[in-house]
Design a protein around this ligand. Structure first.
Ligand SMILES: [Ca+2]
Ligand SMILES: [Ca+2]
Length: 253
């Protein structure tokens, strides 16, 4: 497994750095902005802490908490304000730490609430992001018996070629893996990963075009395809994750 990890980390690090350099929005800039807003959960007890976060993957192999602010709920509302935010694209996360044990490195746990719309936001001006009373999902905690499944699509891949999928934690430590349930046929294949614990993972995939991957220690090499921008996903239910034709990059390029 270690070999796969090292290779995937290298591939991803290269890809992210490369994309970052090509993005005009990430150039040096002195200008910064304020991202502020309210977290509303009308039935929340006074004093429970609400957290807002901007998270990025750019230029690194792990997700990083770049900006955050926190405040206690009062009458169902907590306010936050993150100043000095550099222009760029981030994930916006919000958590209500109902059980009072928050550590940013561990994220939410059972009984906490997390914002339903955990998505990318582009900051290039002062920005208000609110989470409304309906914008939360209950975090189900460290249990979980989730199935992650999906389809890998890549035109031109020969029939019989195998696809590999892995879920890795925030440090790119390998957590779960699967080989295609059926080999590629007509440009697609499917996979299933069972018993995935609730949590956040990077979703990594590669297509073993040249057929030399060891199923017990798989890793991509020259001639293979890897998903070029692995998403960070939060799994707390059965989830479908697909990789489409335009989401593959030649390994090492
Ligand atoms: Ca908590
Ligand atoms: Ca290979």
């Amino acid at each position: 497994m270690k070999k796969l990890l090292v290779v995937l980390v290298m591939v991803t690090a290269f890809t992210l750095v490369y994309l970052g350099c090509g993005n005009s929005g990430t150039g040096p800039s002195e200008e910064t902005y304020t991202v502020s807003g309210t977290l509303t959960k009308l039935d929340m007890e006074d004093g429970v802490m609400g957290y807002a976060m901007l998270i990025t993957m750019e230029g690194d192999t792990t997700y990083n908490l770049i900006y955050s602010d926190e405040s206690p709920f009062s009458a169902g509302v907590a306010s936050y304000s993150m100043s000095g935010v550099a222009a760029g694209t981030y994930y916006f996360g919000a958590v209500i730490d109902v059980n009072g044990n928050w550590e940013s490195s561990n994220g939410p746990d059972e009984g906490d609430w997390a914002n339903e719309d955990f998505s990318e936001v582009t900051i290039n001006q002062n920005t208000v992001i609110n989470v409304t009373n309906d914008g939360w999902k209950l975090w189900s905690g460290g249990g979980g018996n989730n199935c992650v499944s999906g389809t890998l699509l890549k035109n031109g891949v020969e029939d019989g070629v195998l696809g590999y999928v892995a879920l890795a934690d925030s440090g790119y430590n390998y957590q779960y893996s699967a080989v295609s349930e059926q080999p590629f046929s007509d440009g697609w294949t499917t996979y299933d990963i069972y018993d995935v614990m609730d949590g956040s993972y990077f979703f990594l995939a590669f297509i073993d075009v040249n057929g030399n991957a060891d199923p017990y220690d798989p890793s991509p090499d020259a001639g293979d395809w890897v998903n070029s921008d692995p998403p960070w996903v939060w799994i707390d239910q059965n989830t479908e994750l697909d990789v489409y034709d335009n989401e593959w990059a030649a390994y090492g390029e």
